[in-house]
Design a protein around this ligand. Structure first.
Ligand code: GTP
Ligand code: MG
Length: 235
């Protein structure tokens, strides 16, 4: 297929800025269109799961007079990261391969106040009859060696498009505010590849992860004491 492009990107043509014709193979154009459609589908899948989480939060707020979810963040994986992951894992580079092999193109991060909120939200999401849980990684009960803590779920949900229903996969990471605080600093360190760290920073970070885990537990126990005093019949 021939596509005429104006190199200046503008509408005005001049002798210097003459339009050029680029010969784009149909197969490439097809793949590009399919890719754009797939990204739209993942964006919609995020919207569906986000709504589910917001509904849970609203309902729990009415029942218990507090919001277990503090914040919901989301992102669709960037095309370069998708390409890099496919190559790193030795998968073919195609739209079909992304759909089959990658589980984290659509990602949602749920930030809760307390550790027990994480399990309440995860359980309520998993119980919904249109949610299929494909994988769970509980890095809270089994933290990573570097101290990383978070509850990860890969879920599959149906999304209704104009002419069909598609099962879409979404990665849901659920963590406390303190865990999120730790993970963002750890993430920053990973990107500073030239950092001169003879293990000292990693050790300090790991120490912080332990302190944060203790603090999370303590905060939860304080909250429970407050609730019990405010409402002794719940004991
Ligand atoms: P990816 O290839 O990174 O997607 O990892 P994975 O497929 O092995 O899955 P895993 O569940 O272990 O990690 C998925 C995501 O969790 C990552 O992309 C990060 O967002 C987050 N994560 C996992 N481990 C760490 C960690 O040690 N530090 C931080 N900051 N984030 C982590
Ligand atoms: Mg990932």
């Amino acid at each position: 297929m021939n596509i005429t492009m104006n190199p200046s990107g503008g509408l005005v043509q001049s002798a210097v800025n003459a339009p050029m014709t680029v010969d784009i193979p149909d197969s490439f154009l097809n793949e590009a269109l399919q890719f754009r459609e797939m990204m739209m589908m993942y964006t919609c899948a995020i919207r569906e799961v986000k709504t589910k989480l917001e509904v849970l939060n609203d309902d729990l707020a009415v029942r218990y007079q507090r919001n277990p979810i503090q914040m919901i963040k989301s992102r669709v994986k960037k095309p370069l990261s998708i390409l890099e992951k496919l190559k790193r894992r030795g998968y073919p580079v195609s739209v079909q391969s992304v759909a089959e092999n990658l589980y984290d193109v659509a990602g949602i991060r749920v930030i809760c106040s307390f550790i027990d909120d994480i399990y309440v939200v995860a359980e309520m999401l998993a119980r919904q009859d249109d949610v299929n849980v494909l994988m769970v990684k509980d890095y809270i009960r089994c933290p990573k060696v570097n101290g990383y803590r978070s509850y990860h779920m890969i879920i599959e949900i149906p999304v209704f498009f104009s002419d069909r229903k598609e099962k879409m996969r979404v990665e849901v990471q659920i963590r406390t505010m303190a865990m999120d605080f730790w993970a963002s600093l750890d993430h920053q360190m990973k990107y500073k590849k030239d950092l001169d760290d003879s293990g000292e920073i990693s050790e300090e970070l790991k120490e912080c992860a332990e302190i944060i885990a203790q603090t999370d537990l303590k905060m939860q126990s304080i909250r429970q004491k407050i609730e019990n005093r405010a409402n002794p019949s719940r004991l």
